[in-house]
Design a protein around this ligand. Structure first.
Ligand SMILES: NC(=O)c1ccc[n+]([C@@H]2O[C@H](COP(=O)([O-])OP(=O)(O)OC[C@H]3O[C@@H](n4cnc5c(N)ncnc54)[C@H](O)[C@@H]3O)[C@@H](O)[C@H]2O)c1
Length: 277
């Protein structure tokens, strides 16, 4: 996609953070919007900010609900007459040691961060192909490139998004599709992700920090603005990039993993240990 003007974009997790910033940037370029989030209030705020100059529809949606996501894609096409861009952005964070997180914790994060992306891709792909041009943008993380302690559920979900999206991109090329795909790996972006994260009590035992202090430390690492992230993502789509890294921290971590593909883990654990409260 070289232009977003007069196209239609569907964005999940549009009620906050990166999803909202993408909606506002796309609105500024004259792109019509189909916005979804499980947070109805956040969604309404984004729609109001996007302004009246473009067509905006909103849907309260849980991306972990397969039927609801497929139903939403059909609704978007019925309301907008077609769709060109889908951004599978909705996501949550989870921290705790692998020994103490429950299987339900892992199912919860995979249902949203991984299955939500698969449902969104599968539900919209036929509609993007029917439009004759289209792009799938899936939100992984720099933690889909490098692992860190206390994030096994989040890491697993974001590595899964990366594998899914990199293979999807090749399938689309192999079959001569008019649709392409980009996997996005943000570093720390200043959003509500840390505030809404599930933090298991085992984090305190492992880091010596109370849950609040651990969340505050997580928040201090979120340095790039959501608007900057949105700009980088849309530039990546225009350039048809396979992968988009966002923020200097993402570039540093990516380089560290290339240089020290196994040893980087010792370095990361050492940094976390050195910050023990
Ligand atoms: N902020 C960061 O530092 C960062 C870094 C790497 C990757 N990411 C990824 O970027 C994406 C956007 O996160 P953000 O930072 O803007 O966070 P955010 O918390 O500000 O926004 C996430 C949005 O997703 C929505 N959401 C959560 N679960 C949902 C569900 N089941 N169904 C529908 N909507 C749901 C939330 O209501 C919220 O509006 C996520 O996938 C996240 O993992 C964020």
């Amino acid at each position: 996609m070289k232009t977003f003007t007069d196209r239609t974009a569907a964005i999940t997790g549009a009620g906050s953070g990166i999803g909202r910033a993408l909606a506002l940037r796309l609105a500024g370029e004259g792109c019509h919007l189909a916005l979804a989030d499980r947070d109805a209030a956040g969604l309404a705020e984004t729609a109001a900010l996007a302004g009246p100059q473009i067509r905006v529809t909103t849907s309260e949606l849980d991306v972990a609900d397969e039927k609801a996501v497929f139903g939403w894609a059909d609704e978007v096409v019925a309301d907008h007459g077609g769709v060109h861009l889908v951004v599978n952005n909705a996501g949550v964070a989870l921290s705790g040691t692998a020994g103490s997180l429950s299987l339900d914790d892992y199912r919860w994060i995979m249902d949203i961060n991984f299955w939500g992306v698969v449902y969104g891709t599968k539900a919209f792909l036929p509609h993007l192909e029917a439009a004759g041009e289209g792009h799938v943008v899936n939100l992984s993380s720099i933690f889909g490139v490098a692992a860190q302690p206390l994030m096994s559920g989040y890491n697993a979900s974001k590595y899964a998004v990366r594998g899914f999206t990199e293979s999807l991109r090749q399938d689309l090329e192999l079959t001569g599709s008019a649709v392409s795909a980009t996997c996005v790996h943000p570093g720390g972006i200043r959003t509500n992700i840390a505030k809404s994260a599930r933090v298991h009590a085992s984090v305190t035992a492992a880091t010596g920090k109370a849950t609040d202090a651990a969340t505050a430390e997580f928040e201090r690492m979120l340095n790039t603005t959501p608007d900057r992230a949105a700009r980088t993502i849309l530039d990546g789509v225009r350039r048809n990039q396979r992968r988009v890294l966002i923020g200097p921290d993402a570039w540093v971590i990516d380089s560290m993993v290339r240089l020290l593909p196994a040893t980087y883990q010792r370095i990361v654990t050492g940094v976390v240990r050195s910050r023990r409260g």
